[in-house]
Design a protein around this ligand. Structure first.
Ligand code: DOR
Ligand code: ZN
Length: 463
């Protein structure tokens, strides 16, 4: 048969709007988009009444593999991704070993390819003077971009993040001083890739947190007082200066605050190369939800106030926010129990992000085309994988997310496919669901059922 897969009668995303069309796939690539009938295919999908989106991409995932596979592993995170309508993910580099050298990158590709249910790319990790000289080789070896955990101490041996830092600890490398951070910007510049930063100022944070501990406070307000918007804005502000001076494209990870948003918007107006992402938990939760949700919604940087959430939605409306991703960061339910200040930050998000965003479309908060922009087209452009990914065009990978905008579901922690069941939306009713996940022409998930597993492959940026 001439065609591998035909997706027929869907409303197909094309340049910001939707057209009625059939899509024909050959050897994993889109071969034709047409209103004509070009005949039978080995696999046929009837997409009547469904929207056919370019495969949605999650650019911010911590699968904990290898490192803490009791919390999550790559098979489960990519299964959850496929179940949630995601066709490709970018895996974060703070694994053990960390993705800070070419040898580790190559090891990681082999490790993850044996467990991948969706396609994946890999972030490279910046450690300052320790690996600035490796960034060019890491780039040549195919990392999709570079991440720097600004403000974090790291373990001397494993380079894992230290969440509780006391100065003078002989096992830790202290948070880097500004000069060393600036050299990271300079080292990333020749690669042409984004330098993505976790933006929290460690000195402010530790000072504020100390004061709060002395006062004996450990409620959610205390968490926010220890990591206020100033903590995020101070680092973003300096990062903008560094990006301006070095010419390195800057990406702000998991933006949470109005203060940060205002700085990014102004920098974009000033012509600085700066992009920004936020995550559904910052768009759908505020400090007010803590009394209901509890520790499960503890993430870093923390979820802030309604005014911040409103500013993030404004940033989506005016294009300041360029992408949305999950920051899927699983911990076990046992680990999340205890005093707020002691439990780890992070929650599952890979499987719920598309339903939450589609529900927001049904509520009139943004359009379906906006979702495609934020979760497929823009990330594909920013990370140099367009039009291989992020487009429904002849020659592009045949990655599709099929969505039914009328279908309803109650989100449930027990229904998650991650190893961890830590999530903040248990019991929430959503309307608009992914009902098909197709990766390079192969149906991975259809109507919530796993059809073909282990289809995922590593991919590199185009340039
Ligand atoms: O909440 C978070 N969890 N924020 C981070 O930056 C790291 C992540 C994790 O790896 O647990
Ligand atoms: Zn993260």
């Amino acid at each position: 048969m001439q065609w591998q897969h035909a997706i027929k009668n869907g409303l197909v995303y094309s340049d910001g709007h939707f057209i009625s069309a059939n899509i024909y796939v050959k050897a994993g690539k889109i071969a034709a988009i047409t209103d004509a009938n070009l005949g039978q295919a080995e696999t046929e999908t009837d997409a009547s009444g469904l929207y056919v989106l370019p495969g949605l991409i999650d650019t911010h995932v911590h699968s904990r593999d290898p490192h803490a596979t009791y919390k999550e592993d790559f098979y489960h995170s990519t299964l959850a991704a496929a179940m949630g309508g995601i066709t490709a993910i970018f895996e974060m580099p703070n694994t053990n070993p960390s993705i800070s050298s070419v040898a580790h990158l190559q090891q990681q590709i082999v490790n993850l390819e044996s467990k991948a249910n969706v396609d994946f790319a890999l972030w490279g990790l910046c450690l300052g003077d320790l690996n600035n000289q490796s960034l060019s080789d890491l780039n040549d070896a195919g990392v999709v971009a570079f991440k720097f955990f600004w403000g974090y101490a790291i373990d001397k041996k494993s380079h894992l993040l230290a969440y509780q830092y006391k100065s003078g600890d002989p096992n830790l490398i202290a948070p880097l001083a500004d000069g060393e951070v600036y050299d990271i910007f300079r080292a990333v510049k020749p690669t042409g890739k984004q330098l993505a930063i976790h933006a929290e100022n460690s000195q402010l944070m530790s000072r504020f947190s100390q004061q709060i501990k002395q006062e004996g406070r450990c409620d959610y307000q205390a968490l926010l007082d220890g990591r206020p918007d100033l903590v995020e804005a101070a680092t973003i502000s300096l990062a903008i200066q560094f990006a301006k001076s070095s010419g390195t494209p800057l990406h702000i990870l998991h933006l949470t605050s109005k203060a940060g948003m205002d700085l990014i918007r102004q920098a974009q107006l000033d012509g600085v190369s700066i992009t920004a992402e936020t995550c559904p938990h910052y768009l759908f939760l505020t400090n007010e939800d803590f009394s209901r949700v509890g520790n499960e919604m503890k993430v870093y940087p923390p979820i802030k106030y309604q005014t911040d959430q409103d500013a993030l939605w404004q940033g989506i409306a005016d294009g300041t926010i360029t992408s949305i991703c999950s920051d899927h960061a699983p911990h076990t339910q046992e680990e999340k129990q205890g005093a707020l200040f002691e439990v780890p930050a992070g929650m599952c998000g890979i499987e719920t992000q598309v339903p939450l965003m589609l529900n927001a479309v049904n509520e009139g908060r943004l359009s379906l085309a906006d979702v495609v922009g934020l979760m497929s087209e823009n990330p594909a452009h920013i990370y140099h994988i367009y039009p291989k990914k992020g487009a429904i065009a002849v020659g592009s990978d045949a990655d599709f997310t099929l969505v039914d905008m009328t279908k309803e579901k109650i989100l449930s922690r027990d229904a998650l496919h991650s190893k961890s069941k830590v999530m903040a939306y248990d019991g929430m009713k959503v309307k608009g669901l992914p009902v098909g996940t197709i990766v390079r022409g192969v149906t991975v998930v259809k109507d919530g059922e796993l059809i073909n597993d282990l289809q995922g492959k590593f991919f590199k940026p185009i340039k």
